[in-house]
Design a protein around this ligand. Structure first.
Ligand code: COA
Length: 260
């Protein structure tokens, strides 16, 4: 599959997907939303890929938001469809069968922060700035921003970022729990790829079960969530990797996981 607005590169079992519209600070237009949906469907289906890293091209931006020039001309029905296209694509990432790491190399604003928050981990440059500035355009977040920020950082932070609309520093984003880690800009790629490779070398079926537990548990009551976790725990005993991992520990050797 070839893409107009994405770059796709494989580093072993790590697939790097780069939104590639640097002259528009990687703003998400309809074509880019569609291509991201296809690219993540490919990640899900390709057994040789164990982890995805998502980033933006150029030195300035991860993604500076949904494309304002495209939104400016939409009818209400087209606006709903634009929101749904982005929302469905980000839900695909959130519920993907493999971990996705957002490498936040610069501005992650509006749809850019929404995209990063749909990923499972966020590693950011110390130069990054994040925010939900939609209110300054007379808009509201439309790709799940008000909901994922509420769940990640709580009501006070969510309302502050969405109502005030000013970008915040990576440091503040880390303190609020929106970002997992901050790296010096020049070390961001190396650090992110190290984390991605560590996860890619671990047991993929266990990673998948953990992702499922967090998605299902985050949207269920505690009793149902614990019951779901117990079922996943039981299921993992059917994998070769579980026997390999526990045996390797007992035999004092490194485990080799096969995804079986
Ligand atoms: N949609 C469409 N185009 C965008 C964009 C977006 N969300 N964000 C940036 N761009 C475009 C600019 O229009 C400009 O295009 P041009 O060169 O054809 O005029 C180009 O990207 C570079 O942006 P510019 O504003 O010149 O860069 P800057 O360094 O001065 O400012 C930002 C950077 C991020 C502060 C500024 O681009 C910005 O505020 N962007 C919008 C952020 C936003 O509101 N996002 C939420 C959208 S819902």
């Amino acid at each position: 599959m070839s893409y107009s607005n994405l770059l796709i590169e494989d580093f072993g079992a790590v697939r790097k997907i780069t939104v590639n519209r640097p002259d528009k600070l990687n703003a998400l237009n309809s074509d880019t939303l569609r291509e991201l949906d296809e690219a993540f469907a490919e990640v899900a289906a390709d057994d040789s890929v164990r982890v995805a890293v998502l980033t933006g091209a150029g030195p300035k931006a991860f993604v500076a938001g949904a494309d304002i020039s495209e939104m400016n001309g939409l009818t209400p029905v087209e606006g709903r469809d634009f929101s749904k296209r982005g929302s469905d694509m980000m839900r695909r990432i959130e519920t993907l069968n493999k971990p996705v790491i957002a490498m936040v190399n610069g501005f992650a604003l509006g749809g850019g922060l929404e995209l990063a928050m749909s990923c499972h981990l966020r590693i950011a440059s110390d130069k990054a700035k994040i925010g939900q500035p939609e209110i300054k355009l007379g808009l509201v977040p439309g790709f799940g921003g008000s909901q994922r920020l509420l769940r990640l950082a709580g009501r006070a932070a969510c309302l502050e970022l969405c109502l005030v609309g000013d970008p915040i520093s990576a440091q503040r984003g880390y303190e609020l729990g929106v970002l997992n880690e901050i790296a010096a800009a020049e070390q961001l790629e190396e650090r992110t790829m190290a984390i991605a490779t560590q996860i890619a070398n671990s047991a993929p079926l266990a990673a998948r079960a953990i992702l499922d537990c967090v998605v299902v548990g985050g949207e269920s009551n505690m009793g149902d969530a614990l019951s779901y976790e117990s079922t996943q725990f039981g299921l993992i005993f059917s994998t070769e990797d579980m026997h390999e991992g526990t045996s390797a520990f007992l035999e004092k050797r490194a485990a080799v996981f096969k995804g079986k």
